[in-house]
Design a protein around this ligand. Structure first.
Ligand code: ATP
Ligand code: MG
Length: 262
């Protein structure tokens, strides 16, 4: 099952959710691949790799797929094993892909083709998307069974959410991937004691055509989540008793229930 973690707004909690939801699924015995599709490569860094550590990353794989180059680099050769999960790393070069892919025939399907060539099977592939609606996010959504949208309750995110949903409807569902599902909105740094946060939650819960899609599990503000990322660890290995660990465990439980019921 392939899941994009996507929203065009920066700093929403995409990368944090990719790592820690992935780690929560790992801890339940599932096989997980984390795919970094963001040129910022925050996920790759959070998994312990610095810029320049890795000669090849998902950019080279996409490029080979797009141009049919036989360089020997493919999705299987770039995978790294980190703390019981596999990582498909990103690098700064990935920024070029946004432009380079535009002129390729079938440009929206390149990542889907790449993932169909995985030699190992994974129960869950989580794709950490960049904060934009470009070719990379399109490729992620076309390759995915569904997507999750993390949002911070401290900003009123409704306009951004609506425009992203419309983009998925118009650009992805109509032609490229009619079966894609919104698994739900995940509230990040959410504090139910704050009126504004409850208002954001309520407004999302009643969003036309998407009623009831807010996960009941939410992620509280928890500095350990940020510190874990700096320490190149997921929250379960960094501080297993942190609120962030409990919250991502809860999210994983609800997510698994949702997909089992679907
Ligand atoms: N629940 C939380 N409590 C405290 N800090 C958090 C929480 N979730 C995420 N953060 C921190 O907020 C910042 C933004 O989160 P993150 O990098 O996951 O967002 P993003 O959507 O991936 O950003 P970008 O769009 O730039 O890729 C990071 O520094 C992260 O450590
Ligand atoms: Mg990110």
């Amino acid at each position: 099952m392939i899941i994009s973690i996507a929203i065009q707004k920066g700093g929403s909690g995409k990368t944090t959710t990719a790592i820690n939801l992935g780690a929560a699924l790992r801890d339940r015995g599932h096989s997980v691949l984390l795919l970094d599709l963001d040129p910022q490569a925050n996920l790759t860094q959070a998994m312990g790799f610095k810029e320049g550590d890795l000669a090849e990353n998902i950019y080279h794989v996409l490029k080979n797929e797009a141009y049919g180059e036989a360089t020997g680099v493919n999705i299987n050769t770039i995978l790294k094993e980190v703390e019981g999960m596999a990582l498909a790393p990103a690098g700064l070069e990935l920024a070029q892909a946004e432009l380079e892919l535009v002129s390729i025939f079938g440009r929206e399907l390149i990542l889907a083709e790449v993932l169909s060539k995985l030699e190992r099977s994974f129960e869950f592939i989580l794709i950490d998307c960049p904060p934009s609606i470009g070719m990379l996010t399109v490729n992620a959504l076309v390759a995915s069974n569904g997507y999750l949208m993390p949002l911070q309750s401290e900003f009123f995110p409704l306009n951004g959410v609506k425009s992203f949903l419309k983009f998925v409807q118009d650009k992805i569902q109509k032609k490229l991937n009619p079966a894609i599902e919104l698994y739900g909105f995940v509230l990040i740094k959410h504090d139910p004691r704050i009126t504004m946060h409850r208002e954001v939650q309520g407004a999302l819960q009643q969003l036309e055509h998407y009623e009831g899609r807010v996960f009941e599990a939410f992620i509280r503000p928890n500095i350990a989540l940020a510190k874990a990322q700096e320490a190149n660890k997921d929250i379960f290995l960094f501080q297993k008793n942190a609120n962030g660990a409990a919250d991502y465990r809860q999210l994983a439980t609800e997510f698994l229930q949702k997909i089992a019921a679907a």
